[in-house]
Design a protein around this ligand. Structure first.
Ligand code: NDP
Length: 294
């Protein structure tokens, strides 16, 4: 079994980004990312910290905006409007999930699609479906596709089962793998919580992409001998011996499938670092496009 190393692949992406950032800086431009966090979800706080740190490491400008849980929808919309016209900001991200009184769709739609580095705006979703490269693709599925390509796993003609149909992971993942060309051309099946005979379906896959948000939900009965597994899941499970009181596990039972699969991403250290690398890549691209269009 080969371990697909997300940290290594992310470091390689960062290296190419550094070159693009240097070129921008020579023109007096620094790519800027605004990350907005509403409320105090500990997992979200950790993600936001990580994004901030990565921006700093790459010499990018980052604005971390932490708002209290009782921020109103109007206040948040007002902030988005300001960021949309802020010349120092090229990418805007509102950390999901927001508190329940916030209409996430309305927030997504308020972001200028040219700064929508998360790729969730309807215009960018449509561009992905239409195979229009001028849009932004959501970072996690883009990271999964890069991981497969970085270790030379062929998707063309492969049977790929995506487990999960969320707008953040499952659906855009399926669209990406269906696209014509390198990293696409796959035969894609999307499974979800209403799917019957899940194990039978995933066992038919050359590549399984697990994005269910259920710790260790996929075991050896779901995976055929020689399959490749991309485990998107990040789940906190209680662990008394750990200082934090928890440990992170994926949606796949790593120990149970390690012997049968050809390659697998670890959790942590697989898809997670690639998601952040893709966010940085989208932000640099947004900056280049905005500057070239002026
Ligand atoms: P959601 O909860 O939005 O979606 C989960 C999907 O899995 C749904 O489509 C759901 O089906 C399906 N599902 C749930 N249970 C089952 C089951 N027993 N059998 C088959 N399908 C099932 O989660 P996300 O897509 O946002 O995230 C998925 C996982 O990926 C989470 O662990 C999350 O933490 C992780 N994640 C990791 C990221 C990273 O950077 N590595 C980034 C984003 C997410 P239905 O639609 O019918 O409810």
């Amino acid at each position: 079994m080969n371990l697909i190393d997300g940290k290594k692949a992310a470091a390689a992406i960062e290296q190419t980004l550094l070159e693009r950032i240097t070129l921008l800086k020579q023109r007096g431009i620094t790519p800027g990312l605004a990350v907005v966090l509403v409320g105090e979800n500990p997992a979200s706080q950790a993600y936001v910290r990580n994004k901030d740190r990565t921006c700093a490491r790459l010499g990018m400008f980052s604005r971390k905006i932490e708002l209290s849980a009782n921020t109103t929808q109007d206040q948040l919309l007002q902030l988005i409007n300001e960021l949309n016209v802020d010349p120092l900001i090229h990418g805007i991200l509102v950390q999901s999930p927001p508190p329940s009184h916030i209409d996430e769709q309305a927030i997504t739609q308020a972001i200028d699609p040219r700064k929508d580095v998360d790729g969730f705006h309807p215009i960018n979703v449509a561009k992905l479906a239409m195979e229009d490269p001028s849009g932004f693709v959501p970072c996690t599925p883009l990271g999964c596709q890069h991981l497969l390509m970085s270790v030379g796993i062929e998707t063309r003609g492969a049977n790929i089962v995506v487990v999960g149909r969320s707008l953040i992971v499952g659906k855009p993942m399926a669209l990406l793998l269906l696209r014509k060309g390198v990293g696409g051309d796959a035969t894609v099946t999307v499974a979800h919580s209403r799917t019957r005979h899940l194990a039978e379906i995933t066992r038919s896959a050359d590549i399984v992409i697990a994005a269910l948000g259920r710790p260790h939900a996929l075991g050896s009965e779901h995976i055929r001998e020689g399959a490749v597994i991309i485990d998107v899941g990040i789940n906190r499970v209680p662990e008394t011996s750990s200082a934090t009181g928890y440990r992170l596990v994926g949606d796949v039972d790593f120990e149970a499938v390690a012997d049968r699969c050809a390659a697998i991403t670890p959790v942590p250290g697989g898809v997670g670092p690639m998601t952040i690398a893709m966010l940085m890549q989208n932000t640099v691209t947004a900056c280049e496009r905005l500057k070239n269009s002026r």
